[in-house]
Structure formats: structure tokens, C-alpha cells
Design a protein around this ligand. Structure first.
Ligand code: G3H
Length: 586
């Protein structure tokens, strides 16, 4: 096993040859934007200078090719109108930094957006309350086929803005262009699947049930006003994973974009306005810590949906004046562990762990955030892991084949460094050459071993490119780690023996909500239930479950008598009701 100190500098600093990774862009200048991991195969230690040189200078050709014109958003969608905004604004700084002539780095300014206060957010909330009108509004009473048509119209409008939205995801959060495009396409699929699921749900509800002399017709109905708060790491996909089903079920929404990932919603304003009745979708901008509790305190929010931290969710639930009336659908903290047993296929385990730990720089709620490896195979596993990791490329998000990209803010880099330094001070070592080296928003991932309970990394969710490893002799130690965790989302288990897998899985399914056998943790396919125990989630998201989460069953019932039958038949045959009908949506 190779153990390297935290790299600060190297006498052999050099530019990486980009050409391999550039693929079809071979004709462009070869400097910068990508550091090929193959250089690290030869023991090369990543330096701060190397990372600095990965950022573009102002005149770089790639910047000209991939840059976007700055977006100065001065409009807000409220109550069906794209209103002019004359209030305070906030600059948007990209994770991508530009290198000055003197080597200094500065974050690129890519635009600005409204940054409102509580008063402005209340206008959005009141618009949603009025549109819902205690369940009597146009949208909550609209027949499901018409709601579906509205959503299809929105989807067409959304598809038309793919190029702008994906570029904005890349520039606002530093996600690779390919992953940004995949996020968009996955979201389009999600909307499409949601439309199909609502059609099926409505069709299966289109029948009377007769039980114990009572006849009833049961359908799912909306809950009211939904306050929707999405995360920065999947600003489009995870936001829409709650916003779209909430709308589809007839609710009216106030949506506050995440701190990083605001401008990407601007191109979608018109699609929202054109597809839905006034007040059904309203945007609120500003400091979440200020405006969100104020919105919840009014008691006008019926559903809180937040993909974020359990600390914030706890606080918000408490400020609602009648918390019994507040439904919460939450995707929260996670610290998913990988357990590597001695009989595991170590090559497979290493590649799945690498994917799990470092896709989008480890900024996924489902990321593997602790690797627990059996003592007998720890050296071999680490060798396999480091060999694979050394092949990852780091650089700018538009570079083809790129894996590691800038973090969304300098503060995030500071957080990673603090967690790392805490572990090093308590006896851990960095196993990969140059691990933990930082320059601006680039942070070269660090594999940290051995991680022990005294270190923050042992329990804290790092949500970034740090890979803590601990070893165990007895599998019960690994199982105890999961059982005593504050989190309970998923686990990855690498093993081959069916008896061992069965015994461990039987225990783990009661600790978490998904046990992944010989593969990384993940949310998809989106039709599978996505949830967690303890501080990891409340409610379940999947294409079908989300529709249930954002609705409640309501029914019309009567005694099963001739007069009742006559009345119900007349309503159905005369097509007088949007609720009491037995028609199917084909
Ligand atoms: O950030 C949490 C996401 O829901 C993870 O989704 O597993 O598809 O990356 P993913």
C-alpha cells in the first residue's frame, strides 16, 4: 500500500497533456481544463499549481466556445404573470474560475437574479393560496385529463429550452456538461412517466366499491399549497421530482430555487406561465433562512417539500402554527456506507465504490460516504481503488470525459479542507498522491485512512470529494456502524457468498431503505421507492409514490339503496361530476 503525505507542491509540476481526454476537440489548444489521471500512475503528486492551471484564462478558446452570455434576470413568475422586478438582486458566481495574468483566480460572474425579502415571498404565497382557493380553484378542480394536457404543454415548453438549461446547470453548479444533459433528460423522462402514472392512478380509481351495504368512489385529491425547496446538486431533477407530482395532483406551488442553481429556471418561466392557470406556480427568491420560516409561520403552507438538511427540516416543521396540518415530504442527510466483505470481487467493489464516492465530486445524497472494508482485504481493496481513481480526470466541466469538476463555492473547499485536517490531526493519512490539494474551487479528492470514531469524517456527511475508509474484523462492527448511525438511506454490500449476503441483507433492510448488492448506492430507476429512515427522509418518492405523497384519498359514499343508485347513475351517465365518474383516460 502506498501512503502519501498531503501534497503541497511538487518539483515536477507540469501541464497535463490534454489531448487524450479532449477527443473530438483535439484541434483546440492543449493546455489546461483537464488533468489526466494517467500522470498520477507514475507517482506524480498533484500540486496546487497544476490545479490552478486547469482553470481557463480570459482568452482561452474553450471559454469562448462554452461560455454563456451573462443572464441578468429581472423578472419573477407570480400569479400567472412574468412580472418585472425592481428590488434587490444577487450576483451569480460560477464555480468556474478565471486565471488572471498573475495566476490569481476569480470566480466568473455569470449573471444576477432577484433577491427578495419576506414581503415579496408573501406575494407568491398569497397567489398560490388564492389559486388553490381552499380546493375550489380552477386547478384543484380541473378534470385530470385537462391537467395532463397542461403538463404536456409544459413538457413541450421545457424540452424546447434544453440547451439553455443544461448550460446553466453546468455554469451554476459545476456539473459536467454530459451529466447536466443527463439530468435534463432524466427529468423529462420523469415528467413523462409521472403523466402516465397519474393516468393509470385515475383509471384504477374510476370504479365504485360496494362493501357492507355502502357504495363509495375513492380518488386521490390535492392537499393545498406546497412550498417546494430543491437542492443545488440536482437543481432541476430533484426539484421537479417533487414539484411535478405536486402539480399533477392539483396542488398550487411556491418554489424557492436553491442558493446555487437559480438562473437555470429562468428559461422555464414562460413554459410554466403558458401551461398552468394563474397562481398555480409561483417563484420566491431570497435568503432561504429568512423567507422560508416566514412563509411556514403563516400556517398557509399545507405541504413542505425539501431536499436538504434534517436540521432545516426540523426547524421548519416546528415553526408551523399547526404542525398537525403540515405534511412533510423530505429528502435529507445521508451517510451511505459500503461494506466490503473478504470474499468480495475486489475489482468490482473498487469500481462501484469509486463511482459511488466520486460521481459529481461526491455531491449526491446517495453517494458512498464511508467505506468499511474487511481487514483481510483492506490492502488489496485500497490498491484496486487507488489504481482506478488515478485514472479519473479533473478539470473544467465542459471537457469530454471529465469526472472531477470545481465545487460550487470556495466555502465548500474550506469545509472539505477542515474535515480533512481534523482527520489528519487525529491520525489518519491521505493514501492518494496529492489528495486534498486545492486551488480555488478545485479540490483534488482525498482517500483517507484509517478513519476512526474520534474524527468528524466518521459520522459527518461530507457531501464532497473525501473518501473515508475504515477496516473491520467482525462484520458486526460494520453492521453496528449502520445501526447506530443517525442516517438510514442506503447501504452497498460487496460479497459473493449467498449465505453471508442473505444474513447481512436481512439485518440491513431494517436499518436502511435499500441494500445494493455489489453495486453503488443510487436513487434510480425513478420508479423504485426512494426514501430513508431516521434523519434521511420523510415520505417516499418514486414516480408513483410521489403522486400519493402529494395527495390524500377522498371519497363520495352512500348507503347502497335504490335511491342512491339512481342518483349516482344519473351523475355518471350525465357526466355531471369531475369526481363521480367511471370514465377512463385513454
Ligand atoms: O442527491 C441525491 C439524488 O437523489 C441521488 O440521485 O443516485 O440518481 O445520483 P442519484
Amino acid at each position: 500500500m502506498h501512503i502519501f503525505p498531503l501534497a503541497r507542491a511538487s518539483p515536477h509540476a507540469r501541464h497535463a497533456d490534454n489531448r487524450r481526454a479532449r477527443g473530438k476537440h483535439r484541434d483546440l489548444p492543449c493546455f489546461a481544463f483537464v488533468f489526466c489521471g494517467w500522470a498520477l500512475d507514475f507517482g506524480y503528486v498533484m500540486t496546487c499549481d497544476d490545479l490552478t492551471l486547469l482553470f481557463p484564462s480570459e482568452n482561452d478558446a474553450d471559454l469562448r466556445e462554452f461560455a454563456i452570455a451573462s443572464i441578468e434576470q429581472r423578472t419573477v413568475l407570480i400569479n400567472g404573470k412574468i412580472c418585472d422586478w425592481a428590488g434587490p438582486i444577487k450576483d451569480v458566481l460560477s464555480p468556474v474560475m478565471v486565471r488572471g495574468r498573475d495566476g490569481s483566480l476569480s470566480q466568473m460572474r455569470i449573471g444576477s437574479h432577484p433577491f427578495g425579502n419576506v414581503e415579496a415571498a408573501m406575494v407568491a404565497l398569497n397567489a398560490a393560496v388564492a389559486a388553490y382557493d381552499n380546493g375550489r380553484g380552477t386547478w384543484p378542480t380541473m378534470p385530470v385529463p385537462e391537467r395532463i394536457k397542461a403538463m404536456q404543454k409544459f413538457l413541450a415548453g421545457m424540452r424546447a429550452r434544453r440547451a439553455e438549461v443544461t448550460r446553466l446547470i453546468m455554469w451554476e453548479i459545476g456539473k459536467s456538461l454530459l451529466d447536466s444533459e443527463q439530468e435534463f433528460d432524466r427529468t423529462v423522462d420523469y415528467v413523462q412517466q409521472t403523466i402516465e402514472a397519474v393516468r393509470n392512478l385515475d383509471n384504477t380509481s374510476s370504479q365504485f366499491e360496494i362493501v357492507e351495504g355502502v357504495i363509495g368512489l375513492i380518488r386521490r385529491t390535492p392537499l393545498g399549497v406546497v412550498l417546494c425547496l430543491g437542492p443545488y446538486n440536482y437543481p432541476l431533477n430533484e426539484t421537479f421530482a417533487t414539484l411535478i407530482p405536486a402539480l399533477m395532483m392539483g396542488n398550487c406551488v411556491v418554489f424557492k430555487p436553491p442558493r446555487n442553481g437559480v438562473l437555470l429556471f429562468k428559461p422555464l418561466q414562460e413554459a410554466f406561465r403558458n401551461a398552468f392557470p394563474p397562481g398555480v406556480v409561483n417563484f420566491a427568491y431570497g435568503d432561504g433562512a429568512e423567507i422560508v420560516p416566514a412563509l411556514v409561520e403563516t400556517g398557509k403552507v399545507n405541504v413542505l417539500t425539501l431536499i436538504g438538511s434534517s436540521r432545516v427540516a426540523d426547524h421548519l416543521k416546528k415553526v408551523h402554527p399547526k404542525s398537525n396540518r403540515l405534511r412533510a415530504i423530505l429528502g435529507l442527510d445521508a451517510k451511505n456506507a459500503a461494506i466490503i466483505m473478504p470474499d468480495a470481487d475486489l475489482s468490482l467493489a473498487a469500481s462501484e465504490c469509486l463511482l459511488g464516492a466520486l460521481s459529481f465530486n461526491g455531491q449526491r445524497c446517495t453517494a458512498l460516504k464511508m467505506l468499511l472494508v474487511h481487514h483481510d482485504v483492506i490492502d488489496s481493496f485500497i490498491s484496486e481503488f487507488l489504481a482506478r481513481m488515478s485514472k479519473l480526470t479533473i478539470g473544467m466541466p465542459w471537457a469530454p470525459g471529465i469526472t472531477l469538476t470545481p465545487l460550487p463555492s470556495l466555502q465548500k473547499v474550506t469545509q472539505m479542507t477542515a474535515l480533512l485536517e481534523d482527520a489528519l490531526a487525529k491520525g489518519a493519512r491521505i493514501l492518494n498522491p496529492g489528495g486534498g490539494t486545492a486551488a480555488g474551487t478545485l479540490f483534488y479528492p482525498a482517500v483517507v485512512y484509517p478513519v476512526i470514531p474520534a474524527m468528524r469524517l466518521f459520522r459527518e456527511e461530507q457531501f464532497g470529494p473525501l473518501i473515508p475508509i475504515a477496516s473491520f474484523d467482525d462484520v458486526d462492527v460494520a453492521l453496528d456502524y449502520v445501526a447506530t448511525s443517525e442516517h438510514g438511506q442506503q447501504v452497498s454490500l460487496s460479497a459473493r457468498d449467498p449465505y453471508t449476503i442473505a444474513r447481512i441483507a436481512d439485518s440491513l433492510v431494517n436499518q436502511v431503505c435499500r441494500v445494493n448488492l455489489n453495486c453503488q448506492c443510487q436513487r434510480g430507476p425513478d420508479v423504485f421507492p426512494f426514501t430513508g429512515r431516521k434523519d434521511s427522509a420523510e415520505g417516499t418518492l418514486s414516480v408513483a409514490d410521489a403522486l400519493r405523497s402529494f395527495s390524500i384519498r377522498s371519497m363520495v359514499a352512500a348507503k347502497y339503496t335504490d335511491p342512491s343508485r339512481e342518483i349516482l347513475n344519473a351523475i355518471v351517465e350525465g357526466r355531471h361530476s369531475n369526481f363521480i365518474h367511471t370514465g377512463s383516460i385513454l
